[in-house]
Design a protein around this ligand. Structure first.
Ligand SMILES: Cc1cc2nc3c(=O)[nH]c(=O)nc-3n(C[C@H](O)[C@H](O)[C@H](O)COP(=O)(O)O)c2cc1C
Length: 193
């Protein structure tokens, strides 16, 4: 397994594609550096960066191209802070986030709606890292109390399902990138489990 991967991921190389200001980091580096960032500085997030993330989300694949997702961009800090108590654990990033994007889906529109929403959310997490922002997935789906609070604060209609809130901001914490040597290669099976 390792031998196979080393043909595409040289062990001794920091990056596969040299990174500089004018070179987009390789996708594998983007994946490596994307970590959940839960603390943000007070620097506002530019609207252009939010637009960039939304474009990336709107290009996400969806089952039968039914596009069952809806996105609510929240820039009002008071609203973002009001979302923070939506659940007892795991929503602390809403206490410092400078922007948030609520990802909701219509499960009546598509049998794959939850997957579609999750993929769109992941596009945004990766795009945020590429744009130099920190981001985190705050899970809402299946948490009834949290979901009704988010709906009440953002006007998401009752018949939609809120999957998550993606919190955004400039990083106020350092997260180590993933180490190629420590990836869970034993999760990969060839031909048979
Ligand atoms: C489906 C899903 C739900 C998550 N829910 C939360 C959450 O509610 N609160 C939180 O702080 N992090 C949440 N996370 C972030 C994970 O904790 C994080 O991705 C995981 O610990 C791996 O760390 P990394 O993102 O830095 O690689 C969620 C991530 C996913 C994919």
């Amino acid at each position: 397994m390792r031998d196979n991967l080393e043909t595409i991921v040289p062990k001794d190389k920091e990056t596969i594609v040299p990174k500089d200001k004018n070179t987009m980091q390789s996708f594998i580096d983007l994946c490596r550096h994307r970590r959940s960032v839960r603390r943000y500085t007070a620097q506002p997030v530019e609207q252009e960066k939010i637009d960039y993330l939304l474009r990336c989300a709107l290009m996400a694949p969806s089952g039968k191209r039914l596009n069952p997702w809806e996105f609510v961009v929240v820039r009002d800090i008071a609203t973002i802070r009001a979302m923070a108590p939506c659940k007892e654990y795991g929503a602390g990033m809403l206490e410092t986030a400078m922007a948030a994007i609520v990802v909701a889906v219509d499960t009546r529109k598509s049998a794959t709606a939850l997957f579609d929403g999750a993929i769109a959310a992941e596009h945004m997490l990766l795009a945020a890292e590429e744009q130099g922002l920190g981001a985190c997935w705050c899970h809402i789906e299946g948490r009834d109390e949290a979901e009704s609070m988010i709906k009440q604060l953002t006007g998401v209609p009752d018949d939609l399902t809120v999957i998550c809130v993606i919190t955004l901001g400039y990083k106020d914490e350092e997260r180590k990138p993933y180490d190629f040597d420590k990836l869970l290669y034993d999760k990969v099976h060839y031909e048979k489990f």
